[in-house]
Design a protein around this ligand. Structure first.
Ligand SMILES: O=c1[nH]c(=O)c2[nH]c(=O)[nH]c2[nH]1
Length: 297
């Protein structure tokens, strides 16, 4: 007979993927914020799991409503700011809730006119806020930032075994779709500044342009080398950030053999393969960075 004692493990709950679009129509010139907000709360939730006693369970429906009400009450400017408001609200207002995680994706719209917009590609701005009585962490990031260098990329000197067919490359296309997440130093470092001067949006724009500049400017012998240069550049240039994690798919472009058609191909015509792809992942950490706590969960 199985006699092991079974206990409730870690748990969290919340409303995932509330899609909120908030306009500011104060003037003729409208502003738009388009977010996908996911909330996960944890704390004293044993009773609902053990017996179905819901006295500590703020409904996920209420959480969704709070997103819309806060959008009206506070407006939405920077996603990090909106995430912090929500996370702090749930922990402050619900005695049983000790920790809140709010993850936000922002879809960007390029202005066409006073009240007309065009969806600006597939790139997504992201952030994850963790808040409890002890600490607040903010990780900001982006995904689907697609970059390509047509030269200044080589890949050679790797081990060859019985299964190696890849020719060494002294001039290749290097392309990727960047997923990057960077951790802001602890709250004391940004608490004073983050309500003013669009701190989060400026930090985001700086990180994005540092990533792009490092990708474009690095003469690369591997995507791994480029990854580290990108991470290093961001931490080097942005003192408020202490850690960055990158995930870079190697979007392979294979030179097409045109010799069957009596043509040469001096690095001009490629087959863009969508899968499989190499997936290069890595991080850079500032020495003495504060403990990450649950920041990356
Ligand atoms: O930059 C690269 N890194 C690799 O690890 C790798 N592996 C591979 O087949 N091509 C490449 N390119």
């Amino acid at each position: 007979m199985v006699s092991d004692v079974i206990t409730l493990g870690p748990n969290q709950y919340g409303k995932a993927e509330t899609r909120v679009v908030a306009l500011r129509r104060g003037t003729e010139r409208h502003e738009i914020a388009d977010l996908n907000v996911s909330i996960a709360l944890s704390g004293d939730l044993a009773d609902t799991h053990h017996t179905g006693d819901n006295s500590n369970v703020l409904p996920t429906d209420t959480q969704k409503n709070t997103v819309f009400a806060f959008a009206r009450k506070h407006g939405i400017d920077q996603p990090e700011e909106f995430g912090l408001l929500l996370a702090k609200h749930f922990v402050a207002s619900q005695p049983a809730i000790t920790h809140a995680r709010v993850a936000i994706e922002e879809y960007s719209w390029r202005r066409l006119g006073e009240h007309s917009f065009e969806r600006a590609g597939d790139e997504v701005r992201t952030c994850v806020v963790h808040h409890d009585a002890r600490e607040t962490h903010v990780v900001s990031g982006l995904r689907e930032l697609v970059l390509l260098n047509t030269t200044n990329s080589e890949f050679w000197g790797y081990p060859k075994d019985a299964y190696t067919t890849l020719p060494e490359a002294s001039d290749r296309i290097l392309a990727t779709a960047v997923t990057a997440n960077w951790r802001h130093s602890t709250e004391s470092d940004w608490a004073d500044s983050y309500w003013v001067d669009s701190y989060w949006t400026k930090s985001y724009a700086d990180a994005r342009s540092n990533l792009i500049a490092a990708f474009a400017e690095t003469y690369s012998y591997s995507l791994q080398q480029t990854l580290y240069e990108m991470g290093r550049r961001v931490l080097d240039q942005q003192s408020g950030l202490c850690e960055i994690r990158l995930s870079l798919p190697n979007k392979h472009h294979f030179l097409v053999d045109l010799s069957p058609f009596g043509m040469d191909n001096p690095g001009e015509v490629f087959f863009a393969a969508d899968r499989p792809y190499g997936l290069i992942e890595g991080s850079a950490l500032r020495q003495g960075a504060p403990d990450a706590g649950r920041a990356w969960e």
